[in-house]
Design a protein around this ligand. Structure first.
Ligand code: AMP
Length: 486
């Protein structure tokens, strides 16, 4: 399969460094407030990427840091008059709850910066020992000029860094040099979290926490590093400089993956711009599954323009898929009732049961005799293999549903193929992290009542022998993937 790397700016063949194992690190949140749906976009994307890699047979270890010491946390804690570490714990907990609500469970280990102070201090010391970092009164700094090729990920040169300098500090050799350790001694820093280090009491810079954490769990080289587009520069370029300087090995990773922004009216959704919707607020109106489908309808590298209209469309699309799965289940159940399967399967009455879903694995959708299914399956996996193109994969599901719906209501699909379709949709559910089987919970009360009225009208039309009109209603319902059995 192909995977795009920001470093080469090309799609490359995916090859893991060691056997079928993939080490994946994605930059985690700075926990000073509730996560917004832009964060949700990035983490749903990587969750789906991990799901698909696992589906392909890789064993993926997904590591994510939690930035729990940082200026933003300290400032917010001062405003709210609470301890910065307590504030960080509160929002870390809420972040993990939000992820669960979006069905993002894929992170194997959350590594807090504050739990890795020894590793951070040790890495800073090695950078000093190797001559890449120097100590001043205000802290320890990475000397950018000492690292050949700084900016190779973003393709920016040192001159461009100038415009990006965050703090002007006379003690630094160059304004481009970034902090590895910030001294925080004295009255003015009272109440801020500090740790003891060979350079005095203080706290780490932002970039070093990630390389200290990844070096501990993955070593100096691993497979995939991910994050949002905004992190390429300076954060990820700084990470490369730190770890390659300390280990003398390159590259840090085989593939750099970056997600596009979730934008509002063309601007990145962010806390600082104040144009954000928290995941919690969104979930008051839409389900986590709807939001997943909304996110995955765009390629992970492209921007998404947030709008209620497109969210609503995602909700409708989700219902279309669920309606199809419901019709499929009904058909399978009726085939079972008719005894059209000489198999133990028919004893498994609940089609959502684990046991049933495990059994249908025998019905291989790759070599079914139903051409529409073969085509759908081929398109779906070809798209996913092409740098996780979820929008094309999802489009192939809708094309399939459109063609298959008619065959389903015309009883043209044999039971083995029905089961193969069920198998495919179960795999799709797993890959996209959206459960299409829970259609029963999803039909709104109003929608059901409305359908009953329409069904009644059709019955009356048929009683009056107005078949053409009744068939027209049936066909129009079918266009909406609602199947009517007379
Ligand atoms: P932060 O807590 O701001 O460091 O962000 C955590 C992760 O979410 C990073 O990978 C960011 O790039 C990503 N992120 C933040 N805002 C957005 C957005 N509007 N769209 C997509 N990803 C975002």
């Amino acid at each position: 399969m192909k995977i795009y790397s920001t470093m080469s700016r090309e799609k490359e063949d995916l090859k893991s460094l060691y056997k079928d194992k993939i080490k994946l690190f994605v930059c985690g949140p700075t926990v000073y407030d509730d996560a917004h749906i832009g964060h949700g976009r990035t983490y749903i994307s990587f969750d789906t990427i991990k799901r698909y890699l696992e589906f392909k047979g890789y064993s993926v270890f997904y590591l994510q840091n939690i930035t729990d010491v940082d200026d933003k946390i300290i400032n917010r804690a001062k405003e709210s008059n609470i301890d910065p570490l307590l504030l960080a714990r509160k929002f870390e907990k809420r972040f993990i709850e939000d992820m669960a609500a979006l069905n993002v469970y894929s992170v194997n280990y959350f590594a807090r910066a504050t739990d890795h102070m020894d590793e951070i201090i040790d890495q800073v010391q090695r950078l000093i020992d190797k001559g890449f970092a120097y100590v001043t009164d205000t802290g320890v700094y990475f000397e950018v000029a000492k690292f050949d090729g700084f900016g190779k990920l973003s393709n920016r040169n040192i001159e461009e860094l100038e415009t990006h300098r965050i703090d002007i500090d006379d003690s630094k050799k160059s304004p481009n040099d970034f902090a590895l350790w910030k001294n925080r001694e004295g009255e003015e820093y009272a109440g801020e979290p500090v740790w003891n280090s060979p350079w005095g009491m203080g706290r780490p810079g932002w970039h070093i926490e990630d390389t200290a954490i990844t070096e501990k769990y993955f070593g100096p080289q691993y497979d995939i590093h991910g994050g949002g587009l905004d992190l390429i520069f300076p954060h990820h370029d700084a990470e490369i400089a730190q770890i390659e300087a300390v280990s003398g090995k390159e590259p840090l990773v085989q593939y750099w993956m970056h997600t596009g922004f979730l934008n509002v009216s063309g601007e990145k959704m962010s806390k600082s711009l104040g144009n954000f919707i928290t995941i919690r607020d969104l979930l008051k109106e839409y389900s986590g599954e709807t939001f997943r489908l909304f996110v995955l309808a765009t390629h992970y590298r492209s921007p998404i323009d947030f709008s209620q209209v497109s969210l609503h469309q995602a909700e409708k699309n989700l219902n279309r898929i669920k309606n199809y799965v419901e019709s499929l289940d009904n058909k399978i159940a009726s085939e079972f009732e008719k005894g059209n399967i000489s198999d133990d399967l028919s004893k498994l009455s609940n089609l959502d049961d684990r046991e049933f879903l495990e059994e249908i694995v025998r019905f291989d959708y790759h070599d079914s005799n139903y051409a529409t299914l073969n085509k759908g399956v081929e398109e779906f996996f070809k798209s996913m293999d092409d740098d996780f193109s979820t929008p094309k994969a999802i489009a192939s599901i809708f094309t399939f549903i459109k063609q298959s719906n008619k065959d389903l209501s015309d009883n043209k699909i044999i039971i083995d193929d029905l089961l193969a379709i069920k198998h495919w949709f179960t795999d799709i559910s797993q890959i996209l992290g959206i459960n299409f089987n829970d259609y029963k919970e999803d039909t709104g009360a109003n929608e059901e009542a409305l359908l009953e009225i329409i069904a009644d009208v059709r019955l009356k039309l048929r009683a009056e022998k107005q078949y053409a009109l009744s068939d027209e209603i049936r066909d129009k319902l079918l266009d909406l993937d609602i199947e009517v059995n007379d």
